[in-house]
Design a binder for this molecule. Sequence first.
Ligand code: IVH
Length: 676
Amino acid sequence: MNKDKIIKDYKTKIRELIKNNKYYYEDNKPRIDDQEYDKLKNKILLLEKEYPFLRDSNSPSLKVGHKPSKNFKKVTHKVPMLSLGNAFSENDLNNFEKKILNYINDFKFEDIEYSAEPKIDGISASLIYKDGIFIKGLSRGDGKEGEDITENLKTIRDIPQKISYKNFPSEIDIRGEVFIKNSDFVTLNDRFANPRNAASGSLRQKDPKKTEKIPLKFIAYTYGFENGMNFKKQSEFLEHLSLWGFKTNPLNKVLKGIKSLMKNYTEIEKKRSEIDFDIDGIVYKVNDFKLQNRLGYVANAPRWAIAHKFSANKGVSKILDIDIQIGRTGALTPVAKIKPINIGGVLVSNASLHNEDEIDRKDIRINDYVVVERAGDVIPHIVSVEINKRSNDTKKFLFPTLCPSCGSKTIKEYNNITKKKDAVRRCSSEGFECEKVAIEKIKHFVSKEAFNIDGFGKKIVEKFWDLKLVRYPQDIFKLDYSKIEKLDGWGDLSVNNLKYSIDQKKKISLDRFIYALGIRHIGIETAKLISRHVKTSKNFLNLQNDSTLTEIENIDGIGETQIQSIKKFFSLKINRLILKELDQVLQIESLKKITNDGLLKGKTFMFTGKLLNISRSEAKNLIEKNSGSLVSNVSKRLDFLIIGEKPTKRKVESAKELKIKIITQSEWMKMLNLTS
Ligand code: IVH
C-alpha cells in the first residue's frame, strides 16, 4: 500500500469512530455493538503502531472517552478520571503482576494484596464534597474535562447530600458508578439498547425532573483529590465509604495471588445472571495506597490496577419460559424467554432454541440456567445447559402437537432426498389458512429483499392485520386509506407517504417478485435463476399450467426440492388467485436483456470439480455476464465442459463420447481474458 492510501484508510476509520462516538455518547443510541466498536478502535491503534506517521487528535490513543456535550457547563477535573487497562486471561494477569514486581523490585511486596471489585457497567461520576456537603457533581467527559451534572446527580437517592461523620475528609472527590438495575430497565420504555445507555441518557437530561423519574443507583469505589484522609488501604477506604453512607459493592473482596483472582473471577462470572445490575468484569487494585503511589501511571491508566473483562459474547441466564414462534413456512421455532442479561452491550431477553430435536438433544428445561451466545446481528441462541446449577423446579417442555395459532396438527416432514425426518416441526395448514403463517408471509412480502416498501415494516403488517386491512399480499395495493387516516398516530402526511411508497413499488423486477412470494426453498438467488430463465412474468405465471415444469427443470442450481416446492405452490388455489390479482395491480418488469455480445456469446458451459480461487456462483455470474449460459447436464447442447479439481468421471466420459470440448479452468479464464 502506498502512503496516500494508508492515510486515506486511516482517516476513513477515524471519521467512522467520530460518527459512532456521537451516536454512543451524545445520542445514547449506538449503531454498532461494543465488540464492533472495539474492533474499529483496535484497527486504528494497529495502523498507528505500524505506520508511526499516522496522527489525528481524535485517535483513541490520545483520547479517553468522549468530549462533553454542549448541554452542560464544562469543568476540569482536579485529578483526571482515567481508564483502566484490560486483561482477558490468566496469562494477562500474570503479566500484570510480573510488571508490578519488576517495577518495584522489592521483595517485601512478593505477595501483593488486591482489592477485587466487580466492575459495574454504568457511567462514572465524580462527587465533590466540601465540609460534608455535596457541592458539585461531574460526569467523566473526556477524562480531563467533565460536565456539571450536579442537579441531575442530586436526584439519585444513593448519593448522600450531607455527611456528618467525624472522619469524613474536609474536601474529597468521591467517584463511582451511576447505573440502572436490569429489573428497572425492562420496565422503562425501550428507547435504549441497554441499561448503560439508559443511565447515560437519563443522567444527561437537560431537565433534572426527567432524571428523577428514572431509578438511577450509585455505587462508590474510588476518589480523586482529597484533603484529610489517611487510610492505608483501598479496602479500608471502601469500608469507610459505607460508614459514611455510600453504597459499595457487596461482592468486593481482598485477595492475594493470581490463582485466587481467577477463582473469584469464575465464581462471579457464574453468578452474573443472579446479580440485578450489569458487571462486565472485575477490577483489581493493588490494595496498599503507598504501593499504588510508587507504581503511578502509564499513559491513561494506572500501573496498579487492571480490569479483568468477562467474555464479550456469552453469558449465563435462566430460562423463564419457552414460547413458540411460527414462521412463514409454518416452522415452529422454540424461543427461550430468559432473565434479561447484557451480552456485548445488548440486553438479551429472548434466545433461539432452534428446534424440537435441539431441545431434546441438549435436554433444555424451563428454569434451567443456560449459556447464551450472541454474535453479530443474528438472534442470540442457547449453547448449553449448566447442569450443575439445575434445581428441582425445572420443567420439561412439551413441544405442541397442535399449532398454537390455528390448531392444525404439527408434523415433521419426511425428506425424500436425505431419507430422514426433518428436525423442524411445522404447522400442517396450507397457504394462508393459519393466521401466524399468513402474517409472516406478508412480512416477507414487504421485506427488504422483496418489495422493500418504505415505512411498511413488520409492526405495520401486524397492525394492519389486526385491523383487517390486509389478509393477502395483494391487499397492500388496495388499501383503504380513508380508514388509515383515522387511525391513532396517522395523519395526512404519513398516509400520503405510505401511499407514495406503495405506489412506487408497483413496478417490480421479476426476480424480486418471485422471491417475495415466499415459496419455500426459493431464496433470492434461486429467484434470480428462475427469472433469468423464464424472462417474463407471463412465462413465470404459465408455469402453473406446466405440471412437469420442464421450463425450469434444466436450470443449473435448481434441484428436485425446489421443483417440488414450486409445484406445491402452484397447486394451491389461493396462490393462483393471489398471483392473478397481483398481476393485475403490478407492473412486473421482464428481465433486462443481458447484452448479447459478450465474449462467451451463445456458448453453453458446465462445471465439474472444484474450482480454484473462485466460487461456483461467481463463476456462474461471470459466464452470464459475458453472454454465455450454463446447463446442468452433459448433452449435445453443451459446448464446453470446464473441469476443476477432482471432476466427476462420468461427466468427463460422457462429454468425451459426445465429442464436447473439455477445457481446464485456466483455459476457460483465458476465454474471458482473465488469468487465474
Ligand atoms: S477505578 C484509575 N473501580 O471502569 C482507576 N472503576 O475503565 C479508575 N468502573 O471509568 C477507576 N467499577 O467507570 C474503578 N470498582 C471500580 C469500578 C470502575 C467500574 C469503571 C469506571 C471507570 C472504568 C475504567
